[in-house]
Design a protein around this ligand. Structure first.
Ligand code: XIL
Length: 321
């Protein structure tokens, strides 16, 4: 076990009332070089993949297999860290029995309720916050057409949150999305959606802001937007932060990235109901960016060789100040 360092990011953030976390997974447990940059810095983890539906309920109704996620759960318990449950209802990374099923409104509702109930029961008491619904919105702020939306309608979100509350009332229940960093149509869509769902009595308690950002293009309206969210009576969290650039990285872009990271972290520090920040991986060696966005990378605080970048030093100084 590698302890949190007194100069690690989370040590400083704790003193400011925030947590610092990272995406992590079973795949990295034996990577000692990576563990040396993750664990000294964080007091929170999110499973990058192994709590998604296609991992947790590979066969309908079966939550009994020993899962990769269980190993990460144990690490958080042994290290006194919190764990974000990611994610219960999402259009992506679904098992084929879900995507290939011929469902009706009633049968899909039952499948969704069973999934939420099974997964949350399995990990009850071990999860600080659940991403109950992930990526429900289109860029224009309308509801994304997904299996769940198409068959159940917008109230799939209400049902998901009400079910989650009934299973684990102690966990914070979040709706999580990307491109809801600054103000704009998607953020307005989020505000309107959360307002409608809450008005119908379903307990959305947090808006998760993924924050997959681009160097030099971080919105200037982070604070305005996040205060708008908090004014809905929810907390917020930065859930999947990374800031990508064209590869190979230039020194100018690495310097800009440090500024960009500082701006994001500052905006969270200035909002008391911004609970913390999760980086979507600590090192460019284990980031989803290069395999997802062609020609892009270098998005994390540590480089491919596990060396701290200018962005790391800048964020560390900011948190320590
Ligand atoms: C990504 C993982 O990082 C990849 O390893 C996987 O192949 C695809 O999913 N939004 C989310 C995360 O909510 O679950 C995604 O994670 C990144 C975008």
């Amino acid at each position: 076990m590698i302890p949190l360092s007194p100069t690690g990011l989370a040590s400083y953030a704790k003193a400011k009332g925030k947590y610092i976390g990272s995406a992590y997974d079973n795949a990295y447990i034996s990577d000692s070089a990576y563990n040396q940059v993750v664990f000294p810095n964080v007091n929170q983890l999110t499973c990058e993949n192994s709590m998604k539906w296609d991992s947790v309920e590979q066969t309908q109704g079966d939550f009994s297999t020993t899962l990769w996620a269980d190993r990460v759960v144990n690490i958080t318990i042994l290290n006194g860290m919190t764990l974000r449950g990611h994610t219960l209802v999402w259009h992506s990374q679904l098992p084929s029995w879900v995507t290939g099923g011929s469902w009706t409104n009633a049968t899909l509702t039952s499948v969704m309720v069973n999934h939420i109930t099974g997964e949350m029961t399995k990990y009850k008491g071990k999860i600080h916050t659940w991403d109950v619904v992930n990526e429900a919105l289109n860029e224009d702020g309308s509801l994304r057409t997904s299996l769940f939306y198409n068959l159940i309608g917008e109230t799939y979100i209400d049902i998901a949150f009400k079910t989650a509350k009934s299973v684990d009332s102690a966990a914070i229940l979040a709706i999580n999305d990307y491109n809801v960093d600054g103000t704009g149509s998607k953020s307005t869509g989020m505000t309107n959606l959360v307002t409608r769902v809450k008005a119908r009595g379903a307990p959305i308690e947090q808006i998760g802001i993924q924050a997959h950002l681009i160097v030099g293009s971080v919105p200037t309206t982070l604070s305005t937007n996040w205060n708008n969210f908090v004014n809905l009576g929810v907390s917020i969290a930065i859930t999947e932060l990374d800031i990508r650039m064209p590869t190979p990285a230039t020194s100018a872009n690495l310097a800009q990235q440090a500024t960009d990271y500082v701006n994001v972290v500052t905006a969270c520090l200035n909002i008391s109901k911004c609970l913390g920040i999760t980086f979507w991986g600590m090192s460019d060696a284990h980031s989803w960016v290069s395999s997802t966005f062609s020609g892009q990378g270098a998005a994390c605080l540590y480089d491919e060789s596990m060396q701290p970048k200018a962005a790391y030093t800048a964020v560390q100084s900011l948190l320590a100040s």
